[in-house]
Design a protein around this ligand. Structure first.
Ligand SMILES: CC(C)(COP(=O)(O)OP(=O)(O)OC[C@H]1O[C@@H](n2cnc3c(N)ncnc32)[C@H](O)[C@@H]1OP(=O)(O)O)[C@@H](O)C(=O)NCCC(=O)NCCS
Length: 186
């Protein structure tokens, strides 16, 4: 069943003490470091919670970063300039075990995609791709399903170019319009 959730910025008042995603490092980061890093402007953490509750059921941590073209497979970056390409880095993503498989992770990733597009279109700053490092094979397969591709074959560093993301969103929007016109015409 899909959960009704909202995604908001991490604040002092939110409760992450119960949080357990199955990975000790990711649990500890939320409980001990996320807010401190946010206050120091190293990163911003967005949390998922049920409307009306301050209990954190998932989180995503974002920072600006860059990809050096030499660290990617040559054909992936062919035609791109030979200087570091700007990216939005998903530093952490985790969902509480009892809340997994209810699209909470997908909604948190969509928040990152929205922020990357907003940075380009509204704030006026270049972002070439959303980037991350999968922590294990399970996470790697999850990100593959979400459209990420490995930066270099055989590594866990993955990325999703903004161009691919925008094309996918445009195609989804067009499918929605054509379904709506079919219903209106029937
Ligand atoms: C990985 C994680 C964030 C996914 O979050 P989630 O909320 O459980 O995942 P979602 O519900 O958004 O999954 C959406 C889709 O991906 C699929 N999926 C989930 N895990 C998957 C996996 N390992 N491989 C392939 N597909 C997967 C789901 O079946 C679902 O498919 P559907 O859209 O066809 O129904 C979560 O399982 C988690 O916190 N794991 C432990 C920590 C971790 O590994 N974090 C990643 C750090 S790099």
């Amino acid at each position: 069943m899909e959960a009704l959730i909202e995604i908001v910025r991490l604040e002092d008042a939110q409760d992450g003490q119960h949080f357990g995603c199955g990975n000790g490092g990711l649990n500890k980061y939320l409980k001990r470091e996320a807010l401190d890093h946010q206050k120091k402007h190293y990163s911003v953490t967005w949390v998922a919670q049920r409307p009306g509750f301050n209990r954190i059921i998932g989180y995503i941590t974002l920072s600006m970063a860059c990809v050096i073209t030499e660290t990617a497979d040559a054909e992936l970056f062919s035609g791109l300039p030979h200087y570091p390409m700007p990216t939005l880095l998903v530093g952490k993503l985790a969902v509480n075990i009892d809340d997994q498989n209810q699209h909470v992770g997908s909604k948190l990733l969509n928040k990152a995609f929205d922020i990357a597009i907003e940075a380009v279109e509204s704030l006026g700053v270049g972002v070439h791709a959303v980037e991350l490092m999968a922590i294990d094979e399970k996470a790697y397969n999850y990100y593959l399903k979400k459209g990420f591709i490995p930066l270099k074959k055989g590594t866990m560093r993955m990325y999703l170019p903004l161009r691919t993301l925008k094309d996918a969103l445009k195609a989804a929007e067009e499918r929605k319009h054509s379904a709506a016109s079919e219903i209106a015409g029937s």
